[in-house]
Design a protein around this ligand. Structure first.
Ligand code: ADP
Ligand code: MG
Length: 391
């Protein structure tokens, strides 16, 4: 891979500007979930171990370029200090003199980068100012890498740059899943709408061997093939697009796997009366809310023969029982194959991570990306500016 890691840099006596994602949930002035903070610990410890001074840069919330007291990063200090097991120096308005005056081995956290509109505008003035605070730039915020901001992109051009531990791990997991995967590769794409995942589907059909289409978006594909989907969530105006994706897949030799049986109900509520039917038998007054057991059995068969899985989007309306059944069963199959060593499995997406947690298997996947938008843009085959700037 083209980018340098912390191991490639001489950090001794250097101020290491480190872009992290500690955009954690806060309630009543306290961090309620410190997962993101815990995940940056290896990078910070590594910089310290190599004799560098980590100067953490991060955004917090959406202050839109203005100072918003409730969005001060100060609130993260106790959780950060606890995770690192050492004090952290918080600096509201940094200057190089101030940073030079700090003893070595200090960990510094700088106030919310988004308190000035120069950040999101990727203003060269801000990038230059940030660069003046450090000797080396380290990006450990993959989840912000789809944005070309001053602290994620601009500054990377101005200092010797590298990726942090967390981002290196994420990039190599993603590379193993889609960049340079062991074949056969299966992609599972589900979720609500085709319209939000057009670029993603378009990119995947050219790269994977099997593409499972599930969730609400499968209805759009079924309808495009002339099937009556009743009251199901369906984007009828995308029928042509769906057919284009199907023919692109055929040309690329990618097998498209649509539901082979469907679970329908008249109401979208827990334990609503439901039945399993053939895909062309959805009653006019019913909705397709999940894939059925025959579909799951076929997905399992394909996964068994596969070496790599990339997953975004649940196969059904998983928030409500029993419409979580197909997602849970396919997730458990993927987890078991991963544990047995025959499958590399990578998943991402807000609802996908929630669904895999609900199925109790998130820990058994090879890698779960919590990067949200950056993960999706990467699945779409886009170049992420924060990654490209490190090359
Ligand atoms: P992610 O956040 O992982 O990218 P999406 O946001 O695209 O996933 O999709 C998740 C949503 O799709 C869930 O709220 C789920 O209920 C919905 N969904 C899945 N299948 C269906 C269906 N058949 N009908 C209606 N909604 C569905
Ligand atoms: Mg979602």
């Amino acid at each position: 891979m083209a980018w340098k890691t912390l191991d490639d840099m001489d950090l001794s006596g250097k101020r290491v500007l480190t872009r992290v994602d500690i955009n954690v949930p806060v309630e009543d002035g306290r961090v309620t979930d410190a997962t993101r903070i815990t995940r940056i610990v290896p990078t910070v410890q590594d910089i310290l171990a190599k004799g560098g001074t980590p100067i953490l840069l991060a955004h917090f919330g959406r202050p839109k370029g203005k100072y918003v007291p409730e969005m001060s990063l100060r609130v993260t200090l106790p959780a950060l200090e606890e995770a690192l097991g050492r004090p952290v120096t918080f600096i509201e308005k940094p200057s190089r003199d101030q940073i030079d005056a700090l003893p070595m081995e200090t960990v510094v956290l700088i106030e919310n980068t988004r308190f000035t509109e120069m950040e999101e505008k990727n203003d060269p003035m801000m990038a230059n100012f940030l660069a003046s605070l450090g000797d080396v730039y380290c990006n450990d915020a993959f989840s912000a890498a789809h944005r070309a901001h001053a602290s994620t992109e601009g500054v990377a051009h101005l200092l010797p740059s590298c990726v942090g531990r967390l981002m290196a791990e994420e990039l190599s997991a993603l590379d193993a899943a889609l960049g340079n995967p062991v074949r056969p590769v299966v992609a599972v794409v589900g979720g609500a709408k085709v319209s939000t995942k057009l670029d993603l589907l378009g990119n995947l059909v050219g790269k994977v061997d099997h593409l499972v289409i599930g969730g609400g978006m499968a209805n759009t594909f079924l309808a495009a093939q002339g099937v009556d989907v009743g009251k199901s969530l369906c984007e009828h105006d995308l029928a042509d697009t769906a057919r284009e994706i199907l023919s692109k897949a055929e040309a690329a030799g990618c097998e498209i796997i649509l539901p082979r049986d469907i679970v329908v109900a008249r109401e979208f509520k827990a334990d609503a009366d439901s039945e399993t039917l053939s895909p062309d038998a959805c009653p006019a007054d019913a909705m397709i809310l999940d894939a059925g057991p025959a579909t799951v059995a076929y997905i399992e068969e394909v996964l068994k023969a596969a070496k790599t899985l990339i997953w975004n989007g649940p196969l059904g309306a998983f928030e409500i029982e029993p419409f979580d059944a197909a997602t849970n069963a396919a997730a458990r199959a993927a987890a078991a194959l991963t544990k047995a060593g025959s499958l590399t499995s990578v998943a991402g997406g807000g609802d996908t991570v929630a669904a895999l947690n609900q199925a109790g298997v998130a820990g058994d996947f090879t890698y779960i990306s919590t990067a949200g938008g950056a993960f999706l843009e990467w699945m779409e085959g886009k170049t992420l500016p924060g990654v490209a700037a490190l090359g």
